[in-house]
Design a protein around this ligand. Structure first.
Ligand SMILES: *Cc1c(COP(=O)(O)O)cnc(C)c1O
Length: 409
């Protein structure tokens, strides 16, 4: 380097470097990634057509097939967060005038209906009460009036309510009607089984920052052969050029045709998170989410916070906890948790904005130390916000769940 030039840039601004505070992310996502996932994202950037990178992509797709329980050729990660997968599924499968039947008992189900309408579909929404799943008979009855239903869409893990939607009967209904079934697994993937091939689900999408424990910015997706055929048989091209799944597929698989610049660093992180998941074992991972979710809910219940979902419909990885008696300032408590304890939890959505907190037990964060840290912080803050209880009640209820588990091993 010649004298007088320097790679050190003088500071011309008063703007400090980005230095985010440390947080324990126990909301509905994002969750904290495993440190090695975070590190993987800082590996050197490769060109999106570099053979070394294409090998990483191929491995990523292979691991995605394992966690989705599928052999589907079209299995990849759409650039964009979970909603990009929702948008891609609906805008690739629906053409203007097609009938879309949505089962919606929460915020995210309603979004599927909204996106379907923007695709020009004729949308019928079967709305269920928040806190309960959609009953297959309600969908069947609605379908009777519709003629040919092209697509049925439901949310497997409704993150606004904490409800698990059983997919089996709805999958059978879709087969009966020769309709394609789109399933939102944004919160579910990585925290509970999603047997895509066994249930013959047609389009299933997720995100990377919830139970997969990778970084936000990608949406893993898988499409059945039936779904791919439906796209191939479209009368009009997919309205979204960027989210055209067949074009994305031609990039992920041979001939690796350029479509857009791949989110290389996010794929490194996803690859790492998937490898960690498979190393842990899928069953062990689902059991871990179930155990720590149960401990959280036991502790919360002992502190007066009951989940919105009935126990038989409750998701392992997310609980919508109703405010305990006496508490009205839910936002204030969340803020105190963040400022004083460095813990993030979520607020409620829709009519439940001022009635529930949403607590996630996702991915790397599904660990005993985090559950006890959060319950301890709740115990300290709840009296200040108007709810009193026997001190230690939440922590002992959670510990009892762990003790029962230990005695089984
Ligand atoms: C989080 C979530 C989404 C949206 O995902 P983003 O990554 O925020 O785009 C969609 N559906 C469900 C069920 C979710 O929980």
């Amino acid at each position: 380097m010649t004298e007088g030039t320097s790679t050190t840039v003088a500071a011309h601004t008063a703007i400090a470097p980005v230095e985010p505070p440390e947080r324990l992310l126990m909301g509905p996502g994002p969750s904290n990634p495993h440190p090695s996932v975070q590190r993987a994202a800082s590996a050197p950037v490769l060109g999106h057509l570099d053979p070394a990178y294409l090998a990483i992509l191929a491995e990523t797709a292979k691991m995605l097939r394992q966690v989705f329980g599928t052999r589907n050729a079209l299995t990849l990660a759409v650039p964009g967060t979970g909603f990009s997968g929702m948008e891609a599924s609906l805008c690739n499968l629906l053409e203007p005038g097609d009938a879309l039947l949505v089962g919606a008992a929460g915020f995210f189900g309603a979004k599927m209906a909204e996106i379907g309408a923007r695709c020009g579909a004729h949308v019928t929404t079967v709305t269920g009460e928040w806190g309960t799943p959609i009953h297959v008979n309600a969908l069947r009855a609605a379908a009777r009036d519709l003629g040919r239903v092209k697509v049925i869409a439901v949310v497997l893990a409704e993150t606004s309510t904490g409800v698990r939607q059983p997919p089996e009967d709805i999958a059978a209904l879709a087969r009966d009607l020769s309709a394609l079934l789109v399933v939102d697994a944004v919160t579910a993937l990585g925290g509970m089984p999603i047997p895509v091939d066994e249930l013959e689900l047609d389009a299933v999408y997720s995100c990377t920052q919830k139970c997969l424990g990778a970084l936000p910015g990608l949406s893993p997706i898988t499409l059945s052969e039936r779904a791919v055929r439906a796209i191939e048989q479209r009368k009009q091209p997919v309205q979204s050029w960027y989210l055209d799944l067949l074009a994305l597929q031609r990039y992920w698989n041979p001939p690796h045709a350029y479509h857009h610049t791949s989110n290389v660093s996010l794929v490194y992180a996803l690859h790492t998170a998937l490898r960690l998941m498979l190393d842990e074992g899928l069953d062990a991972r689902y059991a871990r989410h179930a155990l720590h979710g149960e401990a959280l809910r036991a502790g919360a219940a002992a502190l007066g916070m009951t989940p919105l979902a009935a126990p038989e419909h409750q998701l392992p990885m997310l609980a919508a906890l109703q405010f305990p008696a006496g508490v009205t300032d839910g936002t204030g408590l969340r803020r105190a948790l963040l400022d004083e304890d460095g813990i993030e939890i979520g607020g409620g959505l829709g009519d439940y904005a001022a009635r529930v907190w949403r607590v996630g037990v996702m991915g790397y964060n599904a660990e005993r130390r985090n559950i006890l840290h959060l319950l301890g912080a709740f115990e300290r803050l709840l009296p200040r916000f108007g709810h009193t209880f026997t001190p230690g009640a939440g922590l002992s209820a959670a510990e009892a769940v762990y003790a029962a588990q230990d005695s089984q091993v």
